[in-house]
Design a protein around this ligand. Sequence first.
Ligand code: SF4
Length: 391
Amino acid sequence: MDDLLLRNLTRRNFLENTARLCFLVGLSSIFPGCVKPEPSIEETRTEIEETTTQIEVNDEIGEKTEAETKPEAEDVGETGVDFEPAYLKLHRSGELKKRAEELWSVMENCQLCPRRCGANRLGGTTGFCRAPGDELVVSSFHAHFGEERPLVGRGGSGTIFFTHCNLRCVFCQNYTISHLGRGSKVNIDGLAGMMLRLQESGCHNINVVTPTHYSAHILKALDVAAGYGLRLPIVYNTSGWERLDIVELLDGIVDIYLPDFKFWDSDQSAKFSAGAESYPEMTKAAILEMNRQVGVAKPAQNGVMQRGLMIRHLVMPNDTSGSESVIAWIAENLPKDTYVNIMAQYTPAHKAYDYPELSRRITGEEYQKVVQKATDVGLTNLDVRGYWWLQ
Ligand code: SF4
């Protein structure tokens, strides 16, 4: 395990990017009342040292047996000793490794996302998303206390923020990460080490943010981490714009799907997400498949989510996202108790001010109208913390 964890992530770069993330992701500006304070630079330094120590310990003991890696409840943030993430079965059978290799080979003529731009990422070129192939670029990883409450629990959601993005929305709040790719290069063992470190620190899940263009890397790292005792559910935190056959490959690996449903209208998605005209159709197909795989999200007794589909919909000004149609589609095509987070935190960012319809926040009336629609169509599992945001 010489390469494991942060081999290519110099301490200086990591500290710079962690500090940058605090500013850019702006957790405190998203959920000021719910956010655990970000660590200071010194605390971060300590964390890296502790992480490195942890990996060295793993290096000494080698890959653990199943009995040795059975977690204690507190070790996995009280997700429960009886819980077993879906990917473990495929790890044991070798299928997880096989699927990771299958996805990896797709990067030779990259078709990992609906752009299907065909870049030979394994040969050193990059495509539309600008993501490399041999390694990946991570902006930061840490316990996140601003995600949905059933993902946060007491220990936080173990979030890994990937750089680059295949959608490149004009209003992106994290564009320096997603568009400019600011972060640090990490190899597969490094990513596996991050997963293990998040588990060690008491997080309830591994939350991979914007995973689509790094899905092959994630599966490879998951296979490594599972061998070293990872037992947390994977949260696939995606824009929703996914190829159906790629989502099908994730069957039995992902426990919690957390897709956005951003746009109802293909003209809007094309206009605001770099020509992604297929967004509504591809996202609908992907969400149906996600629901088929993991079903309705239901928390464990301690309130922490372990498996299921959780949809996010961001209400945008001037009904740019077609919110009522999105909500109606969910009610017509998915179980009525599907978890739907109706989000109100849209804030103009990046190039949003170039578009008059995007250049303001939403009003309370706009938000209320969408919530009312959700109630009218019979959705029963709504996360409407947006009211709090709009106060
Ligand atoms: S993941 Fe990136 S390189 Fe691959 S098809 Fe999509 S945009 Fe192109």
